[in-house]
Design a protein around this ligand. Structure first.
Ligand code: ITT
Length: 196
C-alpha cells in the first residue's frame, strides 16, 4: 500500500516519521508531488482542514493519504489562534511574527494556560476519511526560549515540565506532544486499515 503524508511542512514531516511506525508501507509526502497545488486551508475547524488535506491529496495521487492539522488553543484568548495558528499575524508571516503577536495579545494576562491540538485524518483513494485527535496541555511563557522544534514551541511549556518544547530534546517532545498522542490514537484505530 502507498501512503502519502499530506504536508509540505518539513518539521512536521520529520516528527511524524520519528513517531509513527510505517514499516511495511510505501510512504512519501506532498513534497514528492510538486505539481499538486497547495491545499487551501479554509475550513473553520482543525478537523475540516485535516479532512480536506487528506481527501484532496488522496484523490490527486490515487493513494491513501494521512494529513495533520494542528493549532495552539489559548484559554484567555477564547481558543485563538486555533485553526488560524499558521497565519495568526497575517499572511505571509513567520513563526517569529506569530510568536510576537501571541505575546502582545497575552500581555498583562495572568491566565497563560493553553493546549496544542492535532487532528489526523486518513483518506482512502476515493476520498472516504476518518479522524482522530491528540492534545497536550501547558503554559505560554513571557519570552521565547530554545531553538528546537518549530512554530510556537519556544513559548510553550508542557504540563509537568520546566522547559519549553523548543528546549526539550526532540525525543521528549515526540514522546508527549499533541502530535504523538494523535498518531498513537491513529495507530490504535487504523492499524488494520494500514496493514500492507
Ligand atoms: P501543512 O498544512 O502543510 O501540514 P502547516 O505548517 O500549514 O503545514 P498546520 O496548518 O497544521 O501546518 O499548522 C498550523 C501552525 O501551528 C503551524 O504553522 C505552526 O505555527 C503551529 N504548529 C503546529 N504544530 C506545532 C508544533 O508541534 N509545535 C509548535 N507549533 C506548531
Amino acid at each position: 500500500m502507498n501512503l502519502v503524508i499530506a504536508t509540505r511542512n518539513a518539521h512536521k514531516l520529520e516528527e511524524i516519521h520519528a513517531i509513527f511506525d510505517f514499516r511495511g508501507l510505501e510512504v512519501c509526502s506532498a513534497f514528492d508531488f510538486p505539481h499538486i497545488p497547495d491545499v487551501v486551508e479554509d475550513g473553520e475547524t482543525l478537523e475540516a482542514n485535516a479532512v480536506k488535506k487528506a481527501v484532496e491529496i488522496a484523490r490527486a495521487t490515487g493513494c491513501w493519504s494521512m494529513a495533520d492539522d494542528s493549532g495552539l488553543e489559548v484559554a484567555a484568548l477564547g481558543g485563538a489562534p486555533g485553526v488560524y495558528s499558521a497565519r495568526y499575524a497575517g499572511e505571509p508571516c513567520s513563526y517569529a511574527d506569530n510568536n510576537a503577536k501571541l505575546l502582545r495579545e497575552l500581555a498583562g494576562r495572568s491566565d497563560r494556560t493553553a493546549r496544542f491540538r492535532t487532528v489526523i485524518a486518513l483518506s482512502d483513494p476515493a476520498g472516504n476519511a476518518r479522524t482522530v485527535q491528540g492534545c497536550c496541555a501547558g503554559q505560554i511563557i513571557e519570552a521565547p526560549r530554545g531553538t528546537n522544534g518549530f512554530g510556537y514551541d519556544p513559548l510553550f511549556v508542557p504540563e509537568g515540565h520546566a522547559l519549553t518544547f523548543a528546549e526539550l530534546p526532540a525525543e521528549e517532545k515526540n514522546r508527549i506532544s499533541h502530535r504523538a498522542r494523535a498518531l498513537h490514537a491513529a495507530h490504535a484505530a487504523w492499524a488494520p486499515l494500514l496493514r500492507p
